[in-house]
Design a protein around this ligand. Structure first.
Ligand SMILES: Cc1ncc(COP(=O)(O)O)c(C=O)c1O
Length: 457
């Protein structure tokens, strides 16, 4: 028997492109935004007034019947597209059996099966154990706690521009936008930040083709020399591709050298793949591009196609804390685990390969736009995790922050959902079901949006 959701989704499925019928926001959207304004936390950053009614595949319909092509995917979460029938079926089947039993106190198969799957897909050899949470921030904190616990060391090194979450522990690692930290101090002590390898803006003026990740010298020459000795550092936490920081891709040698450095000093290497993981990069995990095995990883967002779930995976020998040391009531909820199992099957069968293939196509389309649009300073990324950095001047690389916001808004008015990342980049993080044709539509609308903003300058 078909579920209601699958039936309701069908009309959106048949769409080939956006269809905007009302001024945005439309009347129903306006009314809901008005209600939201007085009762929902004003700390949320809503960059345009989208009020979703339902979604299917790479399309979203709003409450006024407008159809959008979604290249934001709920901040890189809807990996298998909106309400993929196989995921919906897995969720409803599990929901009919039981909704919750707390995997921290009892046992159930979906949680064990998911831990087995994580051991199969995590790029860590020799056995892997999984800790279950509900979000990215929780599993970053789980990695930090595990690192402190197992090494007996207190300090953590993270990177400028990095985003690791907003609860008090992970917020101390987050160094993306100052407003995210402002007013919340003192944060967890013992966190040091080093420069990330932003090759488009290399402060050392080096060429990524020939450089040996000289920026990492900062850790040896500055941090270890002046602030903290390596034997007191528990972990280095790094995003293989910085997400919120602007979709900045670390060159392979950066992560390889980081691995050497951590190994030399007995420091754990934690890859935060909350955004870059689960196929988005065109490989299951972005760190696989450089052949580096981390000691632990934080994974969330795309893992369960939109159901709340985060996992921390670590080398089995490392995750050896005793009962009671760490747990979460809701972590590894059975419905979320069922959604994750269905998601992983879809990713393995086709969608990781699709992310690589369609991502390459989208990247080429966006790079071609750079010939026509002086606003485009850099197009970078892997798979369907692509950032376009906008600049006012290609020589000075002055950041085009206002223009970026206007481009995202102009794309929205034309029916393309995008999000900003960092100070002046636009991110393309569509569902991994995106087709080449849909990618072409996204490029066409982005082209028009850029042209509109350039005309108005
Ligand atoms: C790399 C990374 N780590 C951690 C987080 C925090 O995840 P959550 O918002 O689920 O707590 C994010 C969220 O954007 C992220 O991109």
């Amino acid at each position: 028997m078909e579920t209601k959701v699958a039936q309701a989704s069908r009309p959106v499925d048949t769409m080939t492109g956006p269809d905007i019928k009302t001024a945005l926001p439309g009347p129903r959207a306006k009314a809901l935004i008005e209600r939201d304004r007085s009762v929902v936390s004003p700390s949320y950053t809503r960059c345009y007034p989208l009020v979703i009614e339902r979604g299917s595949g790479a399309f979203v319909e709003d409450v006024d019947g407008n159809i959008f092509l979604d290249c934001a995917a709920g901040i890189a979460v809807n990996s298998t597209g909106h309400s993929h029938p196989a995921v919906v079926t897995a969720i409803t089947d599990q929901a009919q059996k039981f909704l919750h039993m707390s995997g921290t106190d009892f046992y159930y198969e979906p949680q064990v099966r998911l831990a087995e799957e994580m051991a199969a897909i995590a790029p860590i050899s020799g056995g892997v154990r999984t800790f279950f949470g509900n979000s990215g921030t929780e599993v970053v904190e789980a990695c930090v706690k595990l690192a402190r616990y197992t090494t007996g060391r207190q300090n953590i090194i993270a990177f400028l521009g990095g985003f690791h979450g907003r609860t008090m522990g992970s917020l101390a690692l987050t160094a993306s936008k100052a407003v995210q930290r402002r007013g919340f101090g003192p944060l967890m002590p013992g966190v040091y930040h080093a420069p990330y390898a932003d090759c488009y803006r290399c402060p050392l003026g080096l060429n990524p083709e020939t450089c040996a990740a000289e920026c990492l010298g900062f850790i040896d020459d500055q941090l270890f020399a002046h602030l903290v000795t390596p034997d007191e550092v528990a972990a280095i936490v790094v995003e293989p591709i910085q997400g919120e920081g602007g979709y900045v891709v670390a060159p392979e040698q950066f992560l390889q050298r980081l691995r050497e450095l951590t190994q030399k000093h007995g420091i754990l290497l934690v890859a935060d793949e909350v955004q870059s993981g689960m196929g988005r990069s065109g490989k299951m995990f972005a760190i696989e591009y450089c052949g580096v095995e981390p000691d632990a990883m934080s994974i969330a967002k795309g893992i369960a196609s939109g159901m709340p779930l985060g996992v921390a995976v670590a080398r089995a020998g490392l995750m050896a804390w005793p009962p009671g040391a760490h747990a979460s009531t809701f972590g590894g909820n059975p419905v979320s685990c069922a959604a994750a199992l269905a998601t992983i099957k879809l990713l393995r069968d086709r969608l990781v390969a699709n992310a690589a293939e369609v991502g390459g196509h989208l990247m080429n389309g966006l790079r071609e736009l750079a010939d026509r649009h002086r606003l485009i300073g850099d197009v970078r990324g892997r798979g369907l995790m692509i950032g376009v950095e906008l600049v006012r001047d290609r020589t000075t690389k002055e950041r085009a922050t206002d223009e970026r916001d206007k481009v995202v808004d102009a794309a929205f008015r034309r029916g393309l959902l995008l999000l900003g990342a960092g100070k002046n980049a636009v991110r393309f993080s569509p569902p991994l079901v995106l087709t080449r044709e849909q990618a072409d539509v996204a490029v066409r609308i982005f082209d028009e949006a850029l042209a509109e903003v350039e005309r108005a300058r």
